[in-house]
Design a protein around this ligand. Structure first.
Ligand code: URA
Length: 209
């Protein structure tokens, strides 16, 4: 079973507490999600392979460590996942970006896939699938399935806030996928919101209701 990593770093916890506050407006919410995405990517990229390279400093020739050229892709689940892309690209600017669009069927509560556009070589890339809220896990499970169907074999899920129910569901459906999250919250309520959560992440990012 792949790991669930709850990132307890003080900066992560502080920024997450700030965006939980309902008084925080769109501009600040967006900036903080960007910063959180960056900090979570730092954690999610901990095991990227390194290689030894030679470099000439102004003082000496030395052998040092450099990323081993592993290709990455960032794939947001639309729409709220979009809010995390820029922060990740600030750390990994060469990553390609794919998109997965789904909506939740209001009657069945099941996610429906309506748009999938991925880099052609997705099968050779480590994929960071991003969605700020892991609630029931339905969208994440379908997002991972959509990636696997198209050949992706190395996938990590990055979320800001996760419900225990969603984590369990994703782990059961895709035990090979590690999850990096800033918080494991208490539960889901009857409306499908994470408690205490931060409300609707998409609405708060984009200023809609
Ligand atoms: N999606 C959100 O944006 N917020 C929740 O609490 C649950 C799902």
């Amino acid at each position: 079973m792949a790991d669930i990593i709850e990132v307890k770093h003080p900066l992560v916890q502080h920024k997450l507490t700030m965006i939980r506050n309902k008084a925080v407006g769109t501009k600040d919410f967006r900036a903080l999600v960007d910063e959180l995405a960056m900090l979570l990517t730092y954690e999610a990229s901990r095991d990227l392979p390194l290689e030894t390279v030679e470099v000439e400093t102004p003082v000496a020739v030395t052998k040092q460590q450099s990323l081993a050229g592993k290709k990455l892709a960032v794939v947001p689940i639309l729409r709220a996942g979009l809010g995390m892309v820029d922060g990740i690209l600030q750390l990994i600017p060469a990553a390609k970006v794919g998109h997965i669009g789904m909506y939740r069927d209001e009657e069945t509560l099941q996610p429906v896939e309506y748009f999938v556009k991925l880099p052609d070589d997705i099968d050779q890339r480590e994929v960071l699938l991003v969605d700020p809220m892991l609630a029931t896990g339905g969208s994440a499970i379908d997002g991972i399935s959509a990636l696997k169907k198209r050949g992706a074999t190395q996938i990590k899920l990055i979320t800001l806030v996760s419900a225990p129910e969603g984590l369990k569901a994703v782990q059961e459906a895709h035990p090979d996928v590690p999850i990096v999250t800033a918080s494991i919250d208490e539960k889901l309520n009857n409306d499908g919101y994470i408690v205490p959560g931060l409300g609707d992440a998409g609405d708060r990012l984009f200023g809609t209701h």
